[in-house]
Design a protein around this ligand. Structure first.
Ligand SMILES: Nc1ncnc2c1ncn2[C@@H]1O[C@H](COP(=O)(O)OP(=O)(O)OP(=O)(O)O)[C@@H](O)[C@H]1O
Ligand SMILES: [Mg+2]
Length: 397
């Protein structure tokens, strides 16, 4: 069956609005008439998208049990554009207050984040702060930053600074030479971004950026300066950051990645920090159950518990593993479960390679395996270690 024709949404009431969500947390509100949504909600029905004879879509009421019976492949919550939730940012204080405190309706269902943190994020954006999302790898920093950008009806620009090899070229521009034309300067997209009034500029993976990029950004981010120097030798040649521009950066701070450079203190000081928390087992369970309604709930519960245990362990003083299993990994893992892999198999390919295998039975990998094993004891599971490992480990003594 064509995936396109098998979208089923559930209606949820939010304030005076009836929002339509599919199982992947994608919002369909703007595609469905208000009356249709309201009626479906009142009758406790789900809506299925169908195609009529002329090839147009229409929405048909179906029993609520059909919701979650998705034909789609691995659910993805990466598409977090919420056309319906785009609204103007108010300027009066009372309106600003209402905007911030009603902003939970702007958060995509598929993004798990504490209400206070989300509101703080929205508030910081509305107040024009430079925001830095920090937190462990794969905990939703980029996702939250993108969701915020999508919620604000402002021109937005995305820069992945972790991938930039040439900070000057990406942030300022390049000088070119052409026969007949001579040398000329072409400005970067970043120059255009900061010159756009009210732009929201996402600086993803700032912590992985080249230190030259940080130096270039120093004056741009400083509330007292707010300009970009085009040429370091010539102090006059600068571009002003336009009115109302907001920066949202993401950074892996103090985590295990060596490619993450220690961010400069002066640069950090220019940001309001919004820390993404690691999800608790309950939150992880809620997220995964929501994303994968077709995967056995007990197995999902086990995945959430395994992740939770590794996170607690990695934070303890006597930690035997350097980091816990991330939400990125649990989502990938559940994708495998959805495709018919067992938990043992999924863990084998998704989790274990992330942990060091040296040291045999004392290795990080063995430790994590033992945790996973505890949750796979259904009689059908393999032995704790395969033969090769047992031999390897016994040879070590
Ligand atoms: N809090 C969360 N809520 C919902 N999904 C999450 C969350 N955290 C992680 N995920 C899942 O993990 C994936 C990776 O998340 P994301 O890219 O936002 O992580 P990140 O913190 O930016 O990671 P990195 O440090 O590697 O840049 C998401 O696409 C999503 O599927
Ligand atoms: Mg990221």
């Amino acid at each position: 069956m064509n995936n396109e024709s098998s979208i089923i949404v559930k209606i949820e009431k939010s304030g005076n609005r009836f929002n339509a969500w599919d199982v992947n947390g994608i919002k369909w509100t703007s595609h469905i008439g208000t009356g249709t949504r309201k009626r479906a909600y009142e009758q406790g029905m789900a809506l299925e998208r169908r195609v009529n004879k002329s090839g147009n879509y229409f929405w048909w009421k179906v029993p609520m049990e059909n919701f979650g019976v998705s034909e789609s492949p691995i659910p993805s919550v990466n598409e977090i554009s919420n056309p319906e939730s785009i609204i103007e940012i108010p300027s009066e204080h009372e309106e600003v207050l209402a905007f911030i405190h009603n902003s939970m309706s702007l958060k995509p269902r598929g993004l798990m984040m504490k209400e206070l943190k989300w509101k703080y994020l929205v508030r910081s954006a509305v107040r024009g702060k430079n925001i830095m999302m920090t937190g462990a790898a794969g905990c939703g920093k980029t996702m939250a930053a993108k969701a915020l950008v999508n919620s604000l009806n402002r021109p937005d620009f995305y820069f992945n600074l972790g991938a930039t090899q040439d900070p000057r070229g990406s942030l300022i521009g390049n000088t070119h030479f052409e026969d007949g034309k001579g040398t000329y300067f072409s400005e970067s997209l970043f120059v255009k971004a900061i010159s756009t009034p009210n732009a929201v500029i996402l600086l993803d993976e700032l912590s992985r950026a080249h230190p030259d990029a940080w130096n270039i950004l120093m004056t741009v981010l400083d509330y007292g300066q707010r300009y970009l120097r085009l040429d370091e030798k010539d102090g006059q040649n600068t571009i002003k950051v336009a009115e109302g521009v907001t920066f949202i950066a993401t950074a892996n701070i103090g985590n295990e990645y060596t490619s993450t450079r220690q961010l400069d203190k002066a640069l950090m000081d220019r940001f309001t920090i919004v820390e993404m928390d690691l999800l608790t087992s309950e939150e992880e369970n809620e997220l995964l159950s929501y994303m994968f309604p077709n995967v056995d709930s007990q197995v999902i519960n086990n995945v959430a518990s395994i992740a939770g245990i590794t996170r607690v362990e990695s934070n303890s003083e006597t930690a035997r593993i350097p980091s816990g299993i991330s939400t990125r990994t649990t989502v990938e893992l559940c994708g495998l479960l959805y495709d018919g892999f067992s938990l043992i198999e999924a863990a084998e390919v998704c989790i274990y390679p992330q942990y060091d295998n040296t040291g045999g039975v004392d290795s990080e990998r063995t430790f994590v395996k033992q945790i996973v094993q505890k949750f796979c004891d259904d009689g059908s599971s393999d032995d704790l270690f395969n033969e090769e490992e047992v031999t390897e480990a016994s040879n070590a003594f």
